[in-house]
Unconditional design. Structure first.
Ligand SMILES: Nc1nc2c(ncn2[C@@H]2O[C@H](COP(=O)(O)OP(=O)(O)OP(=O)(O)O)[C@@H](O)[C@H]2O)c(=O)[nH]1
Ligand SMILES: [Mg+2]
Ligand SMILES: [Zn+2]
Length: 307
């Protein structure tokens, strides 16, 4: 290899205005400065094939003398999400405030379903428990088998537990604007210095203080992505789970699937539906089933609209 040209692999930490910031792998033998972050352009071919490099993508770089380093190739993805736009996640931490902004089980279930569909482990963090406990949320999600952590960035409760959970993994934080994602991340690692915002008193929700998706390196190893929060309206553009897949994205439905009277059962209203029976018996929580029905209608309508 000439000294004018160098190839190495790395991880996209962020993308802003057509530039990508790629952290070179430390193991890359020929890399001149392993661990360095390179400001890169992407090859035009990605745009033509409408493939957009994502934060979390592992990429191959070409570095030539007197030129911007170029992303030549996106290495195969393990998974990717539309919102937040990240690739290769080990887990998705969904932050819901106990209040202010008020939690929505539909929003929570929609995000969990999208994560399950992609094979990404969901974790529920209930924030602002200094204001309200929201024990009812824990009672819905813990029995299903999701890790639930109650956190307060004011008292420090639960912060160490979240820090431990992130160690050595690639994690993205998501949740409504103003739930306290950036505040919590600043507590997890004081070097982050992420911008946080007051909740708009008038609107009762955040004002999208965080504008970029960015992977941050954790002191104890691993990376975590802070992401801009969403409002209820933007939720419509979340990752869509196909109708056929939807029942499998509600993991507590699994024992009952295949037990319904009709093989084509949608588990929303049919006679002899084993899922509905489990809801009546209290084995499946009502709010989870309500979310399922709402999402089912959404994907069903979406398909009809497309025809
Ligand atoms: N009482 C209380 N307030 C908190 C807590 N965590 C965050 N806040 C406040 O909530 C507001 C929003 O916090 P951010 O961390 O900016 O929220 P965010 O989720 O990053 O919001 P976006 O970047 O817009 O998505 C700030 O005024 C914080 O001080 C908490 O645990 N308790
Ligand atoms: Mg933020
Ligand atoms: Zn059924």
């Amino acid at each position: 290899m000439s000294n004018r040209e160098n190839r190495l692999t790395g991880l996209i930490l962020k993308g802003i205005g057509g530039f990508y910031y790629v952290k070179a792998d430390t193991e890359t033998g020929d890399s001149t400065l392993p661990g360095m972050v390179y400001e890169c352009k992407a090859r035009g071919v990605f745009r033509k094939n409408s493939v957009t490099p994502l934060v979390g993508d592992r990429v191959r770089l070409l570095i030539e003398e007197n030129q911007s380093p170029v992303i030549e190739e996106i290495l195969p993805r393990r998974n990717s999400l539309v919102r937040p736009p990240v690739a290769n996640l080990d887990q998705l931490v969904l932050v819901a405030a106990s209040c202010d902004p008020a939690p929505s089980t539909l929003v929570i279930d929609k995000i969990i379903a999208a994560a399950e569909d992609k094979g990404i482990a969901p974790v529920l963090v209930i924030s602002k428990v200094d204001l309200e406990q929201a024990q009812w949320l824990r009672e819905i999600y813990e029995p299903i088998g999701f890790p639930v952590i109650q956190v307060s960035s004011s008292t420090g409760e639960g912060v160490a537990e979240v820090r431990e959970l992130l160690r050595g993994k690639i994690t993205a934080f998501t949740g409504n604007s103003g739930v306290g994602k950036s505040t919590l991340l600043n507590q997890i690692d004081s070097r982050f210095c992420l911008e946080t915002g007051e909740i708009s008193k008038k609107l009762g929700r955040g004002r999208h203080t965080t504008r970029q998706v960015e992977l941050l390196e954790l002191e104890g190893g691993g990376y975590v992505a802070d992401t801009p929060g969403f409002s209820a309206i933007q939720m419509e553009r979340y990752d869509v789970v196909k109708k056929e897949q939807l029942p499998y994205c509600f993991r507590e439905f699994e024992p009952y699937l295949g037990e319904c009277r009709f093989p084509s059962c949608s588990h929303t209203c049919e006679k002899g539906c084993a899922v509905l029976e489990a809801v009546r018996e209290g084995k499946i929580s009502r709010s989870r089933h309500e979310s399922y029905c709402a999402l089912y209608q959404e994907v069903k309508d979406w398909k009809e609209w497309k025809k």
